[in-house]
Every structure is written in structure tokens, then in C-alpha cells.
Design a protein. Structure first.
Ligand code: GLN
Length: 536
């Protein structure tokens, strides 16, 4: 039977609960247990697909096309697993199901209420997630902070669920902040005590506390927290700020967090195998070279908007013992050719990531032109491929003002356009080409060498596509279409053979990179950047 671990947050948001959930997942996996992780997000959007990245950070996409919270990216990367729609539950999706059922008359005349109908639907999502692959452990993280009105139905559902399945089968971990007052040199436990009191007032007594702190936790604070929050002293776990998120599992392991979790849930301890992870952290902490990669995007003020891209770059760096510095370039600041040089003269590689809307597009095209002409390794992701096609069409094939119809509906040369079947779609939720699709790779290309495979699966999230009307012309000018859908109709990867590394893809490889298994296209970029910087 699956054991359930509920993770809530207290005092403030943005505590890194997702990393803690993912780290605990890793520690359980490293003991040979199977683990799934589910995120409960209290907002009313059905999924984050319609939210601005400024609001919410990146939209992570699963194999099945689910548009989810970015924490699912951490879960997949830390536990090296594949999650799905059922792993991300929002209030919006819960209400939608309940209201649809009501409209169909499925409640047989009952008054539909928060309890039992909304809480019942939340509980059924827990069951559904645990039915998928029957994991030994299901970790469920509740977004937001204890005390938020929005998350109450989730907390109530968890309270009911815990009593229904028997208390020995689940536990509650509360993650909070210990503020440090430099003037008195003290760590303050009071906000955490209050937060636990609020959680208790909802009927949940946590069995474990994880304290986010800048400075190490002393014996006194530990004892105080254990006493006032009714938690075993060994279950007061400190989680200091770390240089790398990948160090967190090892830090938690040192404090016997997993053993304590197993003990609480009555599961027999198993010996962990963390050798690979320790090697990874060693490589992270002992780089022998540094690279600077420019990331030219639109949402650069919020680094979370490109979190999977940044992590993928780092993963490819880890493999090469290279520290990757990201140089954020707001593409709308690139107005003149001189701006490009100013921003890019010192970079070793360039990425143009995914995005939507016209703002900053001309800047991206200038950045790509610079990469192409100066043989700076380039990786284009989704919009970054569409822009590479536009740049090539304009500046190499002479199609003046070529564009995507996303940015200019009346462009004379619509080198990127909507597919016929997309043209009649009216709504915005989950209407893009989403999720995993196969891609056939042409032999003897950079993509083929990178993947070492002729058929791959990659995740998509876009509406627009390369326009095949221009295929022959662009190919005749030197563009190589190195990956297509198996029927050959959709261009999925393009490259320029005369450059050392100029590869762009219509899909999002960043969703499949793992710290111990970097994605081939990111590795291709980083290898080329290393070669350029150190082998000259
Ligand atoms: N805006 C482009 C499209 O919809 C690219 C999307 C993306 O980069 N994810 O096709």
C-alpha cells in the first residue's frame, strides 16, 4: 500500500518546498523505493498554461502534454521520473470537475458543497495519483502558505484522508522559515510555532518540521521547536541555503531525514545508494572551467521563467566539470547592431528560449544573426527555432521582412505559420500542440551525432510551425532540416552545417534533461562552447 507524505509551508511563500519534496523523493528512490510526487496548487486557473511567466514562472510540460507548475520539473529531475497530468492538481481543475458533474446531474439532487464534494474530489485525485504505477510513497506538496484562505479545502481534504487511511499510513511535514536577527544574533522560532498552531487548528499535527534558515540551527532552537510544536527532536530538520539545489538531498540525508520518515511511517529502513549523487555534487562543487552562456529572452527579470533551460545548461556543464554562468539578455534592449556586440562579445554560447508575442523579437533576430555570422554556438528552443528560420530567410535567402504570422499577419513571406487545424481553434487553455511527439532524425547531421539515434521523442508546446512552402528555397540556401515528424511534414530540428554548433528545435528539450543525464542538444551546445573557448 502507498504511504502518503504531505508537505505544507508556513510563515512565507517561496521557501523551496518543491526542492525539499523533490529531495526527499530522491532520498527514497536512492533506497530502492518507488516514489511519485503530486503538487496541489490552490489557484483557480485550471492549469498554469494561461498564466504569464511573470506571474508563475515557467510552465512545465509533461510527456502527456499536461501544462504544469514548475515544481514538477524539479520532481522529474530529482527523481528521474516521468510525471503526468494527475501529478498537478489545481483548485480550478477540482472545481471544474465538480461543476461538470453537477451539470450532468451526477449528484442526484444533492446540494453541492465544499465538504464533501470539493474535498472528495481532492481525495480522489490523491487516490488516482497513487493508482498510477502504485508507488511505495506519494509525496503531495500543497502550494502557498498555511493560513491562506485558498488552500483550506486541500488541508481539510488531507485531514480527512489521513484519518480515513489510518494515521500510520501518512505523515505531515511542515516547512517553515526561521528568521535570523543579526542585531541580536538570534534565530527566531516564534513564527514557526504560530504556523504549526494554525496547522493544528485545521486538525493536522505535523510529524516533522523542516526549517529554512541562513545560519545553522542550535540545540536550543531545536529543543524549543520540538517542545512547542510537539515534534520528535530527531524530526526537526534544518535546511540551510545551499550553493546548489542538488546538494539539498545530501544535506537532508546527513540529518537522517529519510530514516526518520521511514520510522514515522513504520517502513523498514533500507541502505541508501547515493554514490552517483555524491559524484554529481562533487563535480558541481569542483569545476575546472567556466563558461558564459547568453540567454536572450523576454522574461529575464524573473529567472524562474526559464528554470528548466537554466538547469539543462547546468546539467551539461556538470558533465564537463564546467561552471555555467548565465548572462541574461533582455532581447528588447537589443535595438542596434552595436548593442549585440556589446552584449555578446564575451559569451561562449547563445540560447534563445521559448516565448510568445512580438515584444523583443527583432532583438532576438539580431542575436541569432550574430551567432550565425560569428560562429558562436547557438541553441534555439521552440520560438528560438522559429526566429532562426526567420533570420535565415531574411538575411541569407533574401526574403525581406520574412516573419511568423504570430508577429505579422500580413508578412509577405510567412516562413512560420499556423497549421490549418490550428486556425479554427478559439480558446486558449490547452489548445497548443502539447506533449511528447516522435521525431525522425536525418543521418549524418549534428542532431544525429548528438542523439546517436534516428528516432527520438520530445515534448512540445507551441501553435506555430515552420512553413513547408519555403522548405526547398531555404534548403537550397544551406539550411538543413535535420529532424521532422515521422511523416516528414513538420520540421522539428534545423541546423547550419557550416557552423560548429547552430542547432534549433521546435520542441522543448529542456524538459527532459537530468542532472546525471544531460540532454544531448544542451551537451552539444556546451561541448561546442568549450571547444571554442579552450581548444583554439
Ligand atoms: N509562440 C510560438 C508558438 O506558439 C513559440 C512557442 C514557444 O516557444 N513555446 O508557436
Amino acid at each position: 500500500m502507498t504511504k502518503y507524505i504531505f508537505i505544507t509551508g508556513g510563515v512565507v511563500s517561496s521557501l523551496g518546498k518543491g526542492i525539499i519534496a523533490a529531495s526527499l523523493g530522491r532520498l527514497l528512490v536512492s533506497r530502492g523505493f518507488s516514489v511519485s510526487i503530486q503538487k496541489f496548487d490552490p489557484y483557480i486557473n485550471v492549469d498554469p498554461g494561461t498564466m504569464s511567466p511573470f506571474q508563475h514562472g515557467e510552465v512545465f510540460v509533461c510527456e502527456d502534454g499536461a501544462e504544469t507548475d514548475l515544481d514538477l520539473g524539479h520532481y522529474e529531475r530529482f527523481t528521474d521520473s516521468y510525471l503526468s497530468q494527475i501529478n498537478n492538481v489545481t483548485s480550478g481543475s477540482v472545481y471544474q470537475t465538480v461543476i461538470n458533474k453537477e451539470r450532468k446531474g451526477e449528484y442526484l439532487g444533492a446540494t453541492v458543497q465544499m465538504i464533501p464534494h470539493i474535498t472528495g474530489e481532492i481525495k480522489s485525485r490523491l487516490i488516482l495519483a497513487s493508482k498510477r504505477n502504485n508507488p511505495d510513497f506519494l509525496i503531495a506538496e500543497v502550494g502557498g502558505t498555511i493560513g491562506d484562505i485558498e488552500s483550506l479545502p486541500f488541508i481539510e481534504a488531507i485531514r480527512q484522508f489521513r484519518s480515513e487511511i489510518g494515521y500510520q499510513n501518512s505523515m505531515s511535514i511542515h516547512v517553515t522559515l526561521l528568521p535570523y536577527l543579526p542585531t541580536s544574533g538570534e534565530l527566531k522560532t516564534k513564527p514557526s510555532q504560530h504556523s504549526v498552531n494554525v496547522l493544528r487548528s485545521y486538525g493536522i499535527q505535523p510529524e516533522m518540521l523542516v526549517l529554512r534558515t541562513q545560519v545553522p540551527l542550535g540545540k536550543t532552537e531545536r529543543e524549543k521547536l520540538a517542545l512547542f510544536c510537539s515534534v520528535n527532536k530527531d524530526s526537526v530538520i534544518e535546511c540551510k541555503d545551499m550553493k546548489s539545489i542538488y546538494e539539498v538531498p545530501l544535506y537532508l540525508e546527513k540529518q537522517n531525514m529519510t530514516s526518520q520518515v521511514l520510522k514515522t511511517l513504520g517502513v523498514e529502513e533500507k541502505e541508501p545508494n547515493l554514490n552517483d549523487w555524491e559524484n554529481l555534487v562533487y563535480r558541481i562543487n569542483n569545476p575546472n572551467k567556466e563558461l558564459t552562456i547568453a540567454l536572450a529572452g523576454k522574461y529575464t527579470e524573473l529567472n524562474d521563467a526559464y528554470i528548466s533551460v537554466v538547469e539543462s545548461l547546468k546539467h551539461a556543464g556538470f558533465k564537463n566539470s564546467a561552471k555555467i554562468n548565465i548572462k541574461w539578455i533582455a532581447s528588447e534592449d537589443i535595438l542596434q547592431d552595436e548593442d549585440v556586440k556589446k552584449h555578446l562579445a564575451d559569451v561562449d554560447g547563445i540560447v534563445v528560449p521559448g516565448g510568445f508575442g512580438v515584444r523583443g523579437i527583432e532583438g532576438k533576430l539580431k542575436v541569432i544573426k550574430y551567432a550565425r555570422e560569428n560562429n558562436v554556438p547557438y541553441l534555439g528552443l521552440c520560438l528560438g527555432m522559429q526566429c532562426a528560420v526567420i533570420e535565415f530567410a531574411r538575411n541569407v535567402a533574401g526574403l525581406n521582412n520574412a516573419n511568423s504570422t504570430e508577429f505579422d499577419k500580413n508578412s509577405e513571406y510567412k516562413v512560420v505559420d499556423l497549421l490549418e487545424e490550428q486556425k479554427n481553434i478559439a480558446g486558449y487553455g490547452a489548445t497548443m500542440r502539447l506533449g511528447s511527439y516522435p521525431c525522425k532524425i536525418m543521418p549524418e547531421t549534428k542532431a544525429n551525432h548528438a542523439y546517436n539515434s534516428e528516432l527520438i521523442l520530445e515534448r512540445h508546446r507551441h501553435r506555430f510551425e515552420f512553413n513547408n512552402q519555403y522548405k526547398d528555397l531555404l534548403i537550397s540556401k544551406g539550411l538543413v532540416i535535420s529532424g521532422t515528424s515521422p511523416d516528414g511534414l513538420l520540421a522539428e530540428i534545423i541546423e547550419l552545417p557550416q557552423n560548429d554548433w547552430f542547432v534549433a528545435c521546435q520542441f522543448h528539450p529542456e524538459f527532459k534533461s537530468r542532472p546525471q543525464n544531460p540532454h544531448p542538444l544542451f551537451l552539444g551546445l556546451i561541448n561546442a562552447a568549450i571547444k571554442r573557448k579552450f581548444d583554439l
